[in-house]
Design a protein around this ligand. Structure first.
Ligand SMILES: *Cc1c(COP(=O)(O)O)cnc(C)c1O
Length: 503
């Protein structure tokens, strides 16, 4: 498989280059340049998650041998890393509705599915290019990517990881997970502002040629652990297939029967993986893009106008508090006849005026696959409560947004297609909101997330996930707080580079 940029610089790249670079030199995102490899579903029905993963992923990574890919997968999805042997198990809510639990990894969110695998791939890719560079993995996080990247790359030789998170935009547990992280190659800073500021800062660093040349002279090369990196998306194709195959195996789906997926969406990475899975032959009826009060994507999917000129709201689903969804660029490229000139125009408009509009044909192409809706915080809390009372099943706020939007979809369309909600986080990770939804106010008022964890465990009979135990007692290792304008200085500082020495 060769790759190219969505912004059309006339060059092809290998998988190893794409994974190491993260972002294309022209500022675009890497996408496959060759036809997508088809997946023979019938052959995978009785296979394990790892076997399915190898079959689906390998054609995208042809420079790697089958044995290497298998080894990477075994390490990534080991028993130590994932508490459920199925890796991404399905939980049946009704005959028509299933929750795909993507939160059994070490940081309790779906990002682990990709970020436990990516470090192995990056090391393999670095060994292939034989350049001997230290890879600097730059990461902007809305809360979950940062911790998953720190965990995945902890003490991985040849890498330095730098995570920027919004100072006030994440949950108490998410923050504590990051600021207490151990590992000699890991650096974390809070940036004043929201996720979009952190992401814009990181993308600017990745696109800064002069800075890159200077760092290269000191033996450093940038990459990214955000879903702008193709290596983040690739492992995510697998669970879309695997969920479908599990339903085929149990007989819940007939051959040829289609499914819907509901995806709580922020940066459009997870749902884009679902889109690519469809393009590779997964029988999908609709991909339902669920948003919170920051519903820029819902408006775009419904009206064809992407407009980030609007208030930014902090919600109880912080990992979806995003106004600039980077991966949408890949979808536009794929559905608009792979026309890089048009993508460049839109991205320039977005950069300069904060909005762009697509034509009717593209809007219809999008509407042929996607449906979108949004749910506010009150609806989200009510959904957590309802689902718990009706099904004795606990949803985190992001997944609850998905469930609330699914109900709107059902009401709007009457569609009875069997549906899988991607459950993106363990409910304990957002204990404040979840306990608030379930328990009387007197019990939860004034308590920290860490006090609420045991309360939530006791009242539901569920166990606090091991990675969240005693989190509040671990020493603070990453106290840095910076302004957006200090992102570059902070990077140099973390890498031990004297700023004046760079000139
Ligand atoms: C990252 C994240 C999302 C959003 O996923 P995208 O790939 O950014 O669209 C949703 N829920 C949770 C819990 C997350 O961590």
């Amino acid at each position: 498989m060769h790759y190219c940029s969505t912004r059309g610089e006339n060059r092809l790249y290998s998988a190893a280059e794409v994974i190491l670079m993260g972002l294309a030199p022209d500022g675009g995102l890497f996408v496959p340049a060759d036809p997508l490899p088809p997946v023979v579903l019938e052959e995978l029905i009785n296979k394990t998650y790892l076997e399915r993963a190898a079959a689906i992923i390998h054609p995208f990574l042809e420079e790697f041998s089958a044995a290497e890919i298998k080894l990477f997968l075994q390490k990534a999805y080991s028993d130590e890393n994932f508490t459920d042997p199925a890796i991404a198990p399905l939980h049946r809510l009704t005959d028509r509705l299933f929750s795909l639990e993507l939160w059994h990894g070490p940081t309790c969110a779906f990002k682990d599915l990709a970020l436990q695998f990516l470090p192995h791939l990056m090391r393999g890719a670095a060994a292939r290019t034989k350049e001997g560079f230290t890879t600097v993995i730059l990461t902007a996080t809305s809360g979950d990517t940062g911790k998953a990247a720190l965990e995945g790359f902890c003490n991985v030789p040849g890498t330095e990881v730098i995570v920027f998170y919004p100072h006030e935009g994440i949950s108490e547990i998410q923050r504590q997970q990051m600021v207490t992280q151990k590992g000699s190659n890991l650096h974390v800073a809070a940036v004043r502002g929201n996720f979009d500021h952190a992401q814009a800062g990181v993308k600017a660093l990745l696109a800064d040629r002069a800075l890159k040349e200077k760092l290269a002279r000191r033996g450093f090369k940038f990459s990214s652990a955000n879903s702008i990196n193709w290596g983040r998306l690739l492992p995510q194709f697998v669970y879309y297939f695997s969920a479908y195959l599990d339903l085929r195996r149990t007989g819940a789906l007939r051959p040829g029967e289609k499914v819907n997926f509901v995806v709580p969406t922020g940066n459009f990475g997870n749902i884009l993986a679902g889109f690519y899975a469809c393009q590779m032959g997964l029988p999908v009826n609709r991909l339902i893009c669920a948003a919170n009060r920051n519903h820029v994507l819902t408006d775009f999917i419904k009206e064809g106008l992407y407009n980030r000129n609007r208030p930014f709201y902090r919600t109880i689903s912080p990992s979806m508090d995003i106004l600039v969804s980077s991966n949408l660029e890949r979808l536009l490229f794929e559905l608009d006849g792979r026309n890089p000139a048009r993508v460049r125009t839109w991205m320039q408009l977005l950069q300069e005026s904060g909005s762009y509009r697509v034509d009717r044909d593209l809007r219809q192409a999008i509407a042929g696959i996607f449906w979108s809706g949004y749910a506010g915080d009150d609806e989200t809390l009510a959904t957590i409560r309802e689902v718990y009372l009706r099904h004795r099943y606990l949803l985190d706020p992001h997944t609850a947004v998905g469930k609330a939007v699914y109900e709107k979809y059902r009401a709007a369309t009457g569609d009875l297609t069997k549906t899988i909600i991607t459950a993106t986080a363990n409910p304990f990770k957002f204990a404040e909101s979840v306990a608030g939804a379930l328990l009387p106010h007197e019990q939860t008022a004034g308590r920290s997330a860490f006090e609420l964890l045991p309360l939530l465990a006791e009242s539901t009979g569920l166990k606090i996930p091991a990675p969240l135990l005693n989190l509040d007692r671990r020493p603070l290792r990453h106290p840095t707080v910076i302004e957006e304008s200090e992102i570059q200085a902070s990077l140099l500082d973390f890498l031990g580079i004297d700023k004046s020495g760079l000139e």
